[in-house]
Write a protein that binds this ligand. Structure first.
Ligand SMILES: Cc1cc2nc3c(=O)[nH]c(=O)nc-3n(C[C@H](O)[C@H](O)[C@H](O)COP(=O)(O)O)c2cc1C
Length: 367
């Protein structure tokens, strides 16, 4: 395969963050290729469609938050066959993120460690960029999500106002919103996963959502909360209670892990930050099963963590995910990964005699 034999060794020979930025800018500069890429990578099959709340995805494979933080090339990224995608994390105020180096490859483990710390141009600048994209037809045609985080210098007591200001600025641009309270790289961000703080945050966002929707004469936007894999299931249950209470759309499970480092072979293993990719595949699947079992499948789940192929995606779906997202798997497997995952899912549906992907959701968890 061209990617693994030629392109990946070239990219992996360069600084991880620099090569990431270079690829994003290369994509942005070549939007004329959009149609060709889309034709090549798109998998269209009625068995793969997904409905979550008001959202409709042509296939269940999405791009996870953090890949295109500054909305550099969303339309070109969408051409690689994704059913939906997130941009960001975006914070209310622009910020530089943590000192470099802050992104590490773990090639022997099919993993990454990042401590970027929400480096981004801020909600105001990115809302303007999104306005311009819309005006010139540069918005992706697939559902576009805004991944929202807390500004680093804002204290936990002011976090709600910070999230609300970001949400309001981006409201016209997102088909859905993912409230990221689980990045390991913003000090005290994960405190917001605690029940009373989470209730305060989520209910304030939902209230603002309804208000802004009424003002614009549109339906409320879909809103998800993204959780960390570094907690006891007891705390997951409290989060589920709050999500139910405030009628959030669903849960994105999960972010990278700050704690788990067992069995890593790569030299960069001890670096602090969020570990993603193959080492978290099974851990995340357990979180998804837990949420599905606890909610008896009532609550939409987007499963993300260590998906590299159709089999991995199918495992997440059978554990209870309605849709999945990838990040590290895309870096390691290359541009054809989304198409291969979708084709793989179709083969697995046929093997198991299922007519639609929704029949597979939670299949491993149901009694
Ligand atoms: C370099 C990098 C940056 C990330 N930035 C974000 C982010 O800004 N917001 C977010 O919600 N998740 C972020 N993530 C987490 C991913 O969205 C995803 O939840 C996690 O990496 C697990 O999925 P994966 O194993 O497919 O990478 C980031 C991950 C990586 C590797």
């Amino acid at each position: 395969m061209l990617y693994k034999s030629l392109i990946r060794p070239y990219l992996f020979g360069k600084d991880p963050e620099l090569s990431h930025e270079a690829v994003l800018h290369l994509l942005a500069a070549n939007e004329w290729l959009y149609g060709t890429l889309e034709d090549f990578f798109k998998v269209e099959d009625p068995r793969l469609t997904v409905k979550i709340g008001p959202l409709r995805f042509a296939n269940p494979v999405g791009l996870a938050g953090g890949f295109d933080k500054n909305v550099t090339a969303p339309k070109m990224i969408s051409a690689f066959g994704f059913g939906f995608m997130e941009v960001g994390a975006i914070t209310a105020q622009a910020q530089p993120g943590n000192p470099k180096p802050r992104l590490y490859r773990l090639p022997e483990d099919d993993a990454l460690i990042n401590r970027l710390g929400f480096n981004n141009e801020g909600a105001e600048a990115l809302a303007i960029k999104l306005d311009r994209l819309r005006a010139r037809g540069g918005r992706p045609k697939i559902p576009l999500g805004m991944n929202i985080g807390r500004t680093k210098i804002v204290a936990t007591k002011d976090a709600v106002a910070d999230f609300l200001s970001c949400f309001e600025k981006l409201f016209p641009h997102g088909d859905f919103f993912t409230l990221n309270v689980s990045s390991p790289n913003t000090p005290n961000l994960r405190d917001l996963q605690e029940k009373s703080l989470l209730r305060e945050l989520l209910s304030a966002v939902q209230q603002k959502n309804l208000q802004l929707a009424a003002r614009a004469h549109i339906d409320a936007k879909a809103v998800f909360v993204k959780i960390a894999p570094d907690m006891e299931f007891g705390q997951v249950d409290e989060i589920i209670e709050v999500v139910d209470e405030v009628k959030l759309t669903g849960i994105v499970a999960t972010n990278a892990t700050a704690f788990h480092r067992d069995g890593l072979k790569s030299a960069n293993g001890p670096e602090p930050g969020g570990l993603s990719g193959r080492p978290i595949t099974a851990l995340v699947t357990k979180f998804i099963s837990h949420i599905y079992r606890n909610t008896r499948g009532r609550l939409p789940i987007i499963g993300v963590g260590g998906i590299f192929d159709g089999y991995d995606a199918y495992e997440k779906i059978k554990a209870g995910a309605d849709a999945v997202q990838i990040y590290t798997g895309w870096i390691f497997e290359g541009p054809g990964a989304v198409k291969r995952i979708n084709k793989g899912l179709l083969r697995l549906l046929e093997r198991d005699g299922l007519k639609h992907i929704s029949e597979a959701v939670g299949r491993d968890v149901r009694d």
